[in-house]
Write a protein that binds this ligand. Structure first.
Ligand SMILES: NC(=O)c1ccc[n+]([C@@H]2O[C@H](COP(=O)([O-])OP(=O)(O)OC[C@H]3O[C@@H](n4cnc5c(N)ncnc54)[C@H](O)[C@@H]3O)[C@@H](O)[C@H]2O)c1
Length: 249
């Protein structure tokens, strides 16, 4: 443990698997107390058990404001305060216009965009009380540029980028910074089934491979810590150069 997050109390949504689990692990290693919130109760509780007394699990469906209230209350009851919120839970699907249904659209928007809004709403007072605080919203490279056939996902991740800025402007005077992180293709359960292995087409990004969860975690730890004390309303791209631009020839 190097203590970069010593004394911090974090709530990480979608922390039971993939990148959220990597964030929870690193946060605990860096000295934070962590509440993992997810709908995957078994995996979440198992991870919290494995990580020890400073990590707790709560059932949190990010589309339900009452679940958010419970999760924030659990963080303050168990660890005394809450000064980091990582809005990480997300879902991915897609389909061409005409086939992609309104129900699919609503579901993705409700988890990926309404979820972070409800999280900010529920945690606001606790974050202000425990200032200096930091909110890290996990958007995507799909929040920087469009992805064909992924209408709701792209719209939700552009929305998270915008929500980050409105919240950053509003909460800065109250000691709460808000930033967004934009991963490219990262090898997690979300993308693993689609990608097959850790190599991708050379055109997809400059590094010609998928990223690892830990390569995003290092940026999230930085933003959660006071090392990033002058970063607010920013966009942190971790995409192997995917959104850097195109090459000719
Ligand atoms: N993997 C990628 O390539 C990639 C790229 C860019 C952005 N992202 C984003 O990173 C975040 C984490 O993705 P991941 O790849 O680790 O995915 P993942 O599928 O491994 O993990 C997502 C977690 O969110 C949880 N979750 C789903 N719906 C939920 C809900 N309603 N309430 C609470 N928890 C819920 C799942 O149970 C799971 O534990 C997501 O926001 C995703 O959109 C992923």
């Amino acid at each position: 443990m190097t203590g970069r997050l010593a004394g911090r109390v974090a709530l990480i949504s979608g922390g039971a698997s993939g990148m959220g689990a990597a964030h929870a692990r690193a946060f605990a290693e860096e000295g934070a107390s962590v509440v993992i919130g997810d709908i995957a109760d078994e995996a979440g509780a198992r991870l919290a058990d494995e990580l020890g007394d400073r990590v707790a699990y709560v059932h949190l469906d990010v589309t339900r404001s009452e679940d958010w209230d419970t999760a924030v209350a659990e963080a303050t009851r168990r660890f005394g305060e809450l000064n980091v919120l990582v809005n990480n839970a997300g879902v991915l699907d897609g389909g061409p216009l005409g086939a992609y249904t309104e129900k699919q659209w609503q579901q993705v928007l409700s988890v990926n965009l309404t979820g972070p809004f409800l999280g900010l709403t529920a945690a606001r007072d606790a974050l202000v009380t425990a200032r200096p605080s930091s909110v890290v919203n996990i958007s995507s490279a799909a929040g920087i540029q469009g992805v064909a056939g992924m209408h709701a996902y792209t719209a939700s991740k552009f929305g998270v980028r915008g929500l980050t800025k409105s919240a950053a402007l509003e909460l800065a005077p109250h000691g709460v910074r808000v930033n967004s992180v934009h991963p490219g293709g990262i090898l997690t359960p979300m993308i693993g089934a689609m990608a097959g292995d850790a190599t991708v087409d050379r055109d997809a990004n400059t590094l010609a491979r998928l990223g690892l969860p830990e390569e995003v975690t290092s940026v999230v730890v930085f933003l959660a810590s006071t090392e990033s004390s002058y970063c607010n309303g920013g966009e942190y791209v971790v995409d192997g150069g995917m959104t850097a631009g195109s090459t000719f020839g």
